[in-house]
Design a protein around this ligand. Structure first.
Ligand code: APR
Length: 242
């Protein structure tokens, strides 16, 4: 067992996936029939799919952005924010989710490694900008004023996730790595547990079932994120050692 970690020098990295937002009403990617809101992810979330049928991709992400207005952060988001705020050490939050529920749940620091629904990327001037409620190929980039270059600022399959160097440094220095609601099948995020453990971190998985990566973790908290994250945060804030 690693030494107790509940002081200002303690470093925690939390990785969240779709399971963290599931109880807010956002569908996960791999829990149902392999479809994502009724769509084959490979027909939406790849640069090739966007090149083939941009209108379909714009429509899909415009609908996902509109859906954010209908959902609220859940207690897992709020409890993670409480930990970030009240824990004496450093709590770095990295999410694969493109929703804004961590921010709305109170997290002041969120690293969106797969991009954000709330942003768009201009392929003409490379600016990453706040997205309006809906946009498409006709929308003019507010920065370079060119039409036709805007795409959702989402990291699609085959693209390099954002902020990998800073995530790598946090993983290399962390004492405790916690993965919440992620199936552990999409890399590089799926490799974070091994990376953290290679540097000596203790690893906890929070998931409603054991994920594909379960054997890589020291400990499992099985159940809904809302319930399990609240218990874990309470333990960490009351000085539990792991
Ligand atoms: N509480 C805890 N865990 C849950 C809950 C819940 N209420 N609901 C679902 N889960 C778990 C599932 O058991 C599953 O392991 O969340 C996980 C969701 O897995 P995925 O749907 O594969 O989502 P994620 O791991 O975030 O996907 C990673 O894949 O499609 C890409 O870029 C996309 O960021 C996404 C990446």
């Amino acid at each position: 067992m690693p030494a107790p970690i509940n002081d200002a020098s303690a470093r925690i990295v939390i990785l969240t996936g779709a399971g963290a937002s599931a109880e807010s009403g956002l569908q996960t990617f791999r829990d149902s029939d392999g479809l994502w809101e009724g769509h084959d992810p490979m027909e939406i979330a790849t640069p090739e799919a966007f090149a083939r049928n941009p209108q379909r991709v714009y429509r899909f992400y415009n609908a996902r952005r509109a859906q954010l207005e209908q959902v609220q952060p859940n207690s897992a988001h709020r409890e993670i924010a409480r930990l970030q705020d009240a824990y004496p050490g450093d709590v770095f939050l990295v999410t694969q989710n493109v929703d804004n529920l961590h921010e709305r749940g109170g997290s002041a620091q969120v690293c969106h490694m797969h991009g954000e629904l709330g942003r768009m990327l201009c392929l003409n001037c490379c600016a990453r900008l706040p997205a309006p409620q809906a946009f498409d190929a006709q929308t003019v980039c507010p920065k370079c004023m060119a039409p036709g270059g805007l795409r959702p600022d989402i990291v699609w399959f085959g693209e390099v996730p954002y902020n990998m160097p800073s995530i790598g440094s946090k993983l290399a220095a962390c004492d405790l790595f916690i993965a919440i609601g992620t199936s552990g099948v999409v890399y590089p995020a799926a490799g974070f547990v091994q990376e953290a453990r290679a540097h000596g971190a203790y690893a906890i998985e929070v998931n409603k079932a054991h994920s594909d990566l379960a054997p890589a973790f020291h400990e499992h908290r099985v159940g809904n994120a809302t319930e399990q994250v609240a218990l874990l945060v309470e333990e960490l804030l009351s000085g539990a050692s792991f």
